[in-house]
Design a protein around this ligand. Structure first.
Ligand code: S3P
Length: 438
């Protein structure tokens, strides 16, 4: 059981060879495609975090059989084209936006009635972005505030594919519509202003579906999927989560004498925008052992401390580092110059309003971070000191503050409300001991 708060003292360095836990986005998708596919799907490197276990439980409520074969190793027997089982109770996505939005697409396309809900934070997050296009595909969805917030009541079935232009580049919206389209008549076509993480596209193909993709000269991305395609169960190993590795990349860049090797981490380019931002700052990580599994590239990264300049982050780069903005903000507090992050208003509707929460909490530790309507401005370098801070129930804020506590020049950092870290990275707390030298 994780404690409710952490006390973090400054570290001397981080050191070690470490394999990060499985990727959260990819684990969710493996479970969902495993639920829909024919036969067994065997998933190694499964991220056994609260969010992914919510998706797994939901798949079981919908008729999948799931068995834990070993640590981080699950076998799922899917429905294989049979309709999903109508759940006898509400489906609870907990804190997980990915579970809620991707499953909304699956549920809307099945001839069953279901009620989808989540925790207090998730019930505040916007659902119009999936409900509106699903309704256009023919779905019957009701819910709070004209179905723009959970809980949603979904009477699914009989969808038809549509062409849809998403106003924001969101992998959750794109994936929701592709999953709905998989069981719809005709073709579903999703165009996004720039490419968001493409794990769903890669995994659908690994499970035997065919789809077409196009990038326009302006950077818009279009994916077309024909409905009623069968999926075949697969055996796959989930790469390590780059977004979890990012916290320790930052620690190793900022602590003198650090030496960290991160093995088997996912380096899908739609996820590694942080490396591009770091390159702007003059920081280059060494790579080795590049390979590919189920369409997803992995590598070993070698990280040592390096001096950093400022970064200018915006435009098409943003979706590929959206979850890394809190930790990039911390890095920017130690970089020479003024960093600006723009075009990132989506941060306001994550697990917390990350623009406000990261700025407020890092300022308590001596940073100079200014919230902007669509991003952040950071003046660096500023020495940080320990302080009493709050996660706002947001796992990525909690972990960023823990790394901030490690790199602080002096004093203890007391971080309240850290249980949320279980949603994505249950092992994080133990690493504060095993990777850190004091
Ligand atoms: C995710 C997509 C992103 C990301 C989230 C996971 C996914 O959200 O922030 O942590 O697995 O599809 P959006 O689709 O809302 O950008």
């Amino acid at each position: 059981m994780s404690v409710q708060s952490w006390r973090i003292t400054p570290a001397k360095r981080v050191r070690g060879v470490w394999r990060p836990p499985g990727d959260k986005s990819i684990t969710h998708r493996a479970v969902i495609l495993g639920l829909l596919a024919r036969g067994a799907t065997e998933i190694e490197g499964f991220l056994e975090s609260d969010d992914c276990l919510r998706t797994l439980r939901m798949a079981q409520q919908l008729g999948a059989q799931a068995e834990r074969v070993g640590a981080a190793h699950w076998r799922i027997i899917g429905r294989g084209g049979q309709p999903l089982q109508e759940p006898s109770d509400t489906l609870d996505a907990g804190n997980s936006g990915t579970t809620a939005r991707l499953m909304a697409g699956v549920l809307a396309s099945q001839p069953i009635f279901s009620v989808l809900t989540g925790d207090e934070s998730l019930r505040r997050r916007p659902m119009r972005r999936v409900v509106e296009p699903l309704r256009r595909m023919g779905a019957h969805i009701d819910g709070r505030e004209d179905a723009t917030r959970l809980p949603l009541a979904i009477r699914g079935g009989e969808l038809r594919g549509i062409p849809y232009l998403t106003p924001v580049a969101s992998a959750q919206v794109k994936s929701c519509l592709l999953l709905a389209g998989l069981n719809a008549a005709g073709v579903t076509e999703v165009t996004e202003p720039c490419l968001s993480r493409d794990h769903t596209e890669r995994m659908l193909q690994a499970f035997g579906a065919s789809l077409e993709q196009q990038m326009s000269a302006s950077g818009a991305h279009r994916v077309r999927l024909r409905g009623e395609q069968p999926l075949e169960g697969q055996r796959l190993t989930v790469p390590g989560d780059f977004s979890s590795a990012a916290f320790w990349i930052a620690a190793a860049l900022l602590l003198p004498g650090a030496e960290l090797t991160i093995e088997h981490v996912g380096v899908n380019p739609t996820r590694t925008g942080m490396l591009e931002a770091l390159a702007q700052a003059g920081v280059h990580l060494e790579w080795s052992a590049v390979s590919e599994q189920a369409g997803e590239p992995t590598a070993t990264l070698h990280v040592r401390p390096q001096p950093m300049g400022a970064m200018q982050i915006g435009g098409a780069l943003v979706p590929s580092l959206i979850d890394e903005v809190p930790i990039l903000t911390l890095l920017a507090t130690q970089a020479h110059g003024i960093t600006e992050i723009r075009d990132a208003a989506e941060l306001r509707v994550k697990e917390s309003d990350r623009i406000e929460t990261i700025a407020a909490e890092l300022c308590k530790m001596g940073a100079q971070v200014e919230p902007l309507p669509d991003g952040l401005r950071v003046q660096g370098p500023t020495p940080l000191h320990g302080a009493e801070v709050h996660s706002h129930g947001d796992h990525r804020i909690a972990m960023t503050l823990a790394i901030a506590g490690l790199i602080a020049r002096s004093g203890e950092t007391l971080i309240h409300d850290v249980a949320c870290v279980q949603t994505s990275f249950p092992e994080f707390e133990a690493l504060l001991e095993t990777l850190v030298e004091r």
